[in-house]
Design a protein around this ligand. Sequence first.
Ligand SMILES: [Zn+2]
Length: 244
Amino acid sequence: MSTQDKSERTIYLGCMDFRLPGPFDCRNAGGATMALRKEIEMLFAQHPETTALDITVHRDCGGIKAAATILAGKDLSISTESLALFEEKFVKYFRGHGFEGALTDRQTMERMEEFNRDLQESQARGILKRLGREDVQVNVLLASVPTGLHADTVIVVMGELPDKDNEIAKLSGVSKGNAYVIMATTVEEVSPSLELAVKVMGKKSIVFIPSSELERKRADELCKKPYMSGIVPKIIPGYRVKIK
Ligand SMILES: [Zn+2]
C-alpha cells in the first residue's frame, strides 16, 4: 500500500500534544522515549531499513508540567499505578538536576523542556545502542507551539493504521491538529498518558481507534481503568479500513 522507498525510513516519536504537526509513529505525554521502548524495539524489528529516529518535544508541555508538579512535591491526583510508571519512565530522570522542590514557574518549565530535549536524545541513543543500531541518526526537536489554544478530544490509536493522519481524521471525525493523540500498543505504554489527560488535564472526550482485534481488547481493558469511570469513550475499530 505504501509507496515509500523501502531503502530508507524515519521513525517519528513525539509528545501527544495537539499542536505538534507530526508525522508520528508513536506518541505519549512528554514524548517520553523510555515509556515507548517496547514500541521502538518493535518498530525497528518491523522496519530494519530505518536510518533515522526523529523525536519532537515542545514548549508549554503538559507532560513536563505534570512532572514539575511531582518534583515540587505536590499531589498530582493520579493512581499509584500510573504515578509509578510515570516516575520510572520519565520523572526520575529529572531528579538530582535542581528541579526537585523548584517552583513550577515559567523559568523552571523552560529549563525542564530543554533538559527533556537532551534527555530524550540520550535515551534514544541508549535504546539504539542496545539494539545494535548506533548507525541510526537521532534528531530531537524542541518545538515552539502557539499558546492559548485548546483541544477537548484525546484520540488513542492502539497499533498501526495504514495511513495514520488521514485514517485518524476520517474515523474520528476530528481533523488533524484538533485532538491530543496517544499512539502506542501496550496498555502500560498508553495508560499513564491517558490518565494524565483525563485526571490532570480534565479531558472527557476519549476516542479509541484499535487497529486489530487484539488492540480492541487492549482498548477495552483501558476503558475499565478506574480513572475512566464516568467517561463514555468511543471505540472505533480501525481494522476495517485495512481490508478495503
Ligand atoms: Zn507535551
